[in-house]
Ligand binder design. Structure first.
Ligand code: BES
Ligand code: ZN
Ligand code: ZN
Length: 507
């Protein structure tokens, strides 16, 4: 995974730490005549005989967001390099910015083959939450989607010493490592080409992960899928010679009170989406290997939860198939009977995600889920609405939606609520079946998809995350390379960890 970075707390003074690079950050001064060299950075500057303030005076250390200033062999400082990163305005800086900044610093240093780094805390960001954000950022920044390259260009950073953090910071480091490594697990799955990640191979990866993490896992093969009458999933799977799978992973807390809520996580795992008979244009079709990102997010979240041990039972149900236009493929106009008993007119075979999710949702309910969250790269329409910035959030229960949004906020993942009024329900009316899988019109595509799912969630509080715009980065950012983002893992982990207690206020 390229992320196995050792992160430790270190109590030595910053100037005395021997590392290839000492990283910290500065804010834009509030006043025009002010300097970015203040607080802990002023102390470092003093030890370095004013090296930093001279750079600032030259106008090359301004505090602008993600400005990088690199100094070599500053006198009085044991580290070979000092990397100062601009953090923007203090008032706009929180743990989300800190996480990104740490990622960007690692990517910057990794590109220069730096192996051992130190990260100096700033006043106000020295506790467990800050340590968690920094640890996550460092480990996420260390990830590269270069598994299949024989000429790996950016070797990973091997170790990071966290300087100047409080005594409680260790718990944050431990949490951060678990969460970031799990998010990287999800990112790696998202990057896998479909020839290396068929539904069967995904199930094997899930099984290996579950065994290592200590989770119970049940993998439904095509026979059991048929016995359970998952007709919507089978309809999609018909077009492929690769058999479908449904992965069911269960985390059970040590103390399980009867009647306690059970969180069900349902993830779309189309290992490749050609569109089926309603075939997609070839432009950009290669991207459709990431159409399993929702399922991968659930696997990453379960991997983290197995170690973080929330007080609540969590079941992940991940239906997986290819969507192919084979000779036996379902055709537009076909009617499938879903596991719930509802009949579905398949107007467009490219709206396959909602079909397989409908059976995943039904099965999660059958297994006892009292609350449902699904994640899916479900619609191009959500990308039109929200671009690549926010995940679209839909749901049937205002309180549950708010809890997911609060978790997203704390986890530093941008999510935005979308409407799901009853008035939209008409769009999935079918003349010959209970519902149809697309509206036939152009409008409200992401809402139509969400309404389709709602038909299967019934009274169970449910939140749907449309991650089609956020699960993949088309171009590298300073804090992350091109490819799978692992979106939703951190939000889902936060949700499960805070499920029983009152969720702390979002920062
Ligand atoms: N996997 C796609 C959605 C998608 C599009 C994800 C772009 C990521 C980027 C989904 O299965 C799909 O094809 N949806 C169709 C629905 C349409 C036929 C109603 C779409 O969005 O075009
Ligand atoms: Zn599709
Ligand atoms: Zn799809």
């Amino acid at each position: 995974m390229g992320s196995s970075m050792q992160v430790t707390l270190d109590s030595r003074p910053a100037a005395k730490v021997e590392a290839e690079a000492l990283v910290s950050y500065v804010f834009e001064p509030e006043k025009e005549q002010g300097t970015a060299v203040e607080g802990a950075i002023a102390d470092l500057d003093k030890a370095a005989g004013g090296a930093l303030s001279r750079v600032a005076a030259a106008g090359e250390l301004t505090g602008k967001m993600l400005e990088f200033t690199l100094l070599h062999f500053a006198p009085g400082v044991s580290a070979q390099r000092i990397l100062v990163v601009g953090a923007g305005k203090r008032a706009k800086f929180g743990t989300a910015e800190l996480r990104r900044l740490a990622s960007a610093a690692v990517r910057y240093l990794k590109a220069r083959s730096v192996k051992r780094i130190a990260f100096l805390a700033r006043e106000g960001e020295r506790g467990a939450d800050a340590a968690e954000a920094v640890t996550e950022g460092l480990i996420l920044g260390n990830f590269d989607g270069d598994k299949y390259r024989t000429d790996k260009k950016n070797p990973p950073v091997e170790s990071a010493a966290l300087i100047g953090f409080d005594a409680e910071a260790q718990s944050g480091v431990d949490r951060g490592r678990i969460i970031a490594e799990s998010q990287n697990f999800t990112r790696e799955l998202g990057n896998e080409p479909s020839n290396w990640l068929t539904p069967r191979l995904l199930a094997e990866r899930a099984e290996a992960m579950a065994r290592e993490a200590g989770l119970a896992i049940d993998i439904l093969d095509e026979k059991r899928i048929e016995q359970l009458k998952m007709g919507a999933l089978m309809g999609v799977a018909r077009g492929s010679v690769e058999p479908p799978r449904v992965m069911v992973l269960t985390y059970t807390p040590e103390k399980l009170t009867p009647g306690a809520p059970v969180l069900g996580l349902v993830g779309k795992a189309i290992t490749f989406d050609t569109g089926g008979i309603s075939i997609k244009p070839s432009n950009d079709m290669e991207k459709m290997k990431f159409d399993m990102a929702g399922g991968a997010a659930m696997l990453g979240a379960m991997r983290a939860l197995a170690q973080l041990k929330p007080p609540i039972k969590v079941i992940a149900v991940i239906p997986s198939t290819e969507n192919m236009p084979g000779g036996r493929a379902q055709k537009p106009g076909d009617v499938q009977i879903a596991m719930s008993g509802k009949s579905i007119e398949v107007i467009n075979t490219d709206a396959e995600g909602r079909l397989i999710l409908s059976d995943g949702i039904a099965y999660a309910k059958k297994l006892g889920a009292t609350h449902l969250v699904d994640a899916a790269t479900l619609t191009g329409a959500i990308v039109v609405a929200l671009g690549n910035v926010n995940t679209g959030v839909f749901g049937s229960d205002r309180d549950f939606i708010d809890r997911v949004l609060a978790s997203a906020k704390r986890a530093g993942e941008k999510m935005w609520p979308m409407p799901l009024d009853d008035d939209y329900r008409d769009l999935i009316k079918s003349t010959i079946a209970d519902i149809q899988n697309v509206s036939g019109g152009r409008g409200a595509g992401a809402i139509v998809a969400a309404w389709f799912l709602r038909e299967f969630t019934g009274d169970t509080p449910w939140v749907h995350l449309d991650i089609a715009g956020t699960a993949w980065l088309d171009d590298a950012k300073p804090w992350a390379g091109k490819g799978g983002t692992g979106v939703a893992v951190r939000t889902l982990v936060d949700l499960a960890m805070n499920f029983n207690g009152r969720a702390p206020a979002a920062k």
